[in-house]
Design a protein around this ligand. Structure first.
Ligand code: IPE
Ligand code: IPE
Ligand code: MG
Ligand code: MG
Ligand code: MG
Length: 290
C-alpha cells in the first residue's frame, strides 16, 4: 500500500521533470541530464516535499515543481558522487553511471547543469507566487546543498577515508547530517515554508529520518543485495570508511535507526491521521532493501 503511494508520488515528480526538460534542445548534454534525473530512484526527497505541502495546504502543482527542484539537486549529487575522483562507481539506479555511459566531462557538466536547473525551477513564479517565499526556498536550498550542507558533508566523507584516527560517533553524526540530513530537512520543510507556517515540527521529523536513512544506507552497504539496491555495495568497508555500522555494529546501528524512526513519528502526533504517509515513509526508510 505504501509502495503504491510512493510510486504515485514518484510518477508525479517524474511527469513534472519530463515537462520541464522537454523545453530543452536534444543534445548530448540534455540527453545526459535526462538520463541522470529521469532514471528512477525512490524520490524520497520529492515525497517529503509533496507530503509536507499536503499537510500545510499548498497547491499540488506548486509542490510538484519544488519536488522536481530538489530531485535535480539530488541527481546532480549522485552523478558527482559516482565520479572516479569520488566514489568511482559504475552502477547507479541499476544502470551504468553517467561517466561510464558518456565520459567524465559530460558527467561533471550534466551535474553542474542539474544544479542550476534546480534554482531556475524555483525562481519561477509558478513554484511560488509570493516572491518572499520563492527567495526563502532558493536561499535555504543553496545553504542546504552547499558548503555548509551537502557539499561539506561530501568533503567530510572523503576526508574520513584517509583520516588517521577513525571518526567518533559525534563526528559521523555531524557528517551525515550535512551529507544527507540537510537536503531531507529542506525537502520536509518546503511545505510549511510554502504555506507560510512554522517549520519546527517538520524540521525535527526530517532530522530524525535523515539520520535513520543514512544509517540504513550504511547497513545496506554491508548486507544489501546490489541487484535490488541498483548500486555497488561493500564500498564503505573497502574504502576503510567509519560509518554507523563500523562504530555500532549492524545490530547497534539497526537499533539506533529504529529509535530515530520512533522519534520522527512522535513529531507527527499533532497531524493525526494526515501524517500517516510520513509515518509509513519513516518505517520504509529503515526497512527498505533498495
Ligand atoms: C542515495 O540516495 C544517496 C545517499 C544520500 C545515501 P537515495 O537512496 O535516496 O537514492 P535514489 O534517489 O533512491 O536513487
Ligand atoms: C552520497 O552518499 C551522498 C550524496 C550524494 C550527497 P553515498 O556515497 O553513501 O551514496 P551511495 O551509497 O553511493 O548511494
Ligand atoms: Mg559517497
Ligand atoms: Mg557513493
Ligand atoms: Mg552509501
Amino acid at each position: 500500500m505504501f509502495q503504491e503511494v510512493l510510486a504515485a508520488h514518484a510518477d508525479r515528480v517524474e511527469a513534472c521533470l519530463t515537462g520541464l526538460l522537454d523545453e530543452q534542445d536534444d543534445t548530448q548534454l540534455t540527453r545526459a541530464i535526462r538520463y541522470a534525473v529521469l532514471s528512477g530512484g525512490k524520490r524520497l526527497r520529492a515525497f517529503l516535499v509533496l507530503e509536507g505541502a499536503h499537510l500545510y495546504g499548498v497547491r499540488p502543482q506548486q509542490a510538484d515543481r519544488v519536488a522536481a527542484a530538489v530531485e535535480c539537486i539530488h541527481a546532480y549529487s549522485l552523478v558527482h558522487d559516482d565520479l572516479p575522483a569520488m566514489d568511482d562507481d559504475d552502477l547507479r539506479r541499476g544502470k551504468p553511471t553517467l561517466h561510464v555511459k558518456w565520459d567524465e566531462a559530460t558527467a561533471i557538466l550534466a551535474g553542474d547543469a542539474l544544479q542550476t536547473l534546480a534554482f531556475e525551477i524555483l525562481a519561477s513564479p509558478r513554484s511560488a507566487a509570493d516572491p518572499t517565499i520563492r527567495l526563502r526556498l532558493i536561499s535555504s536550498l543553496a545553504e542546504a546543498a552547499g558548503a555548509r550542507g551537502m557539499v561539506e558533508g561530501q568533503m567530510q566523507d572523503i576526508a574520513a577515508e584517509t583520516a588517521t584516527t577513525p571518526l567518533t560517533l559525534e563526528q559521523i553524526t555531524t557528517l551525515q547530517a550535512n551529507k544527507t540530513g540537510k537536503l531531507f530537512t529542506w525537502s520536509a520543510t518546503a511545505g510549511p515554508v510554502m504555506g507560510g507556517s512554522n517549520t519546527d515540527l517538520m524540521q525535527a521529523y526530517a532530522q530524525a529520518i535523515g539520520l535513520a536513512f543514512q544509517i540504513a544506507d550504511d547497513i545496506l552497504d554491508v548486507e544489501g543485495d546490489a541487484s535490488k539496491a541498483g548500486k555497488r555495495l561493500q564500498k564503505d568497508s573497502q574504502a576503510g570508511k567509519a560509518t554507523f555500522v563500523s562504530l555500532l555494529g549492524v545490530d547497534g546501528a539497526r537499533r539506533k535507526a529504529a529509535e530515530l524512526v520512533e522519534q520522527a513519528c512522535d513529531c507527527l502526533e499533532p497531524f493525526g491521521g494526515t501524517g500517516d504517509n510520513l509515518r509509513h515513509l519513516a518505517r520504509f526508510i529503515i526497512d527498505r532493501d533498495m
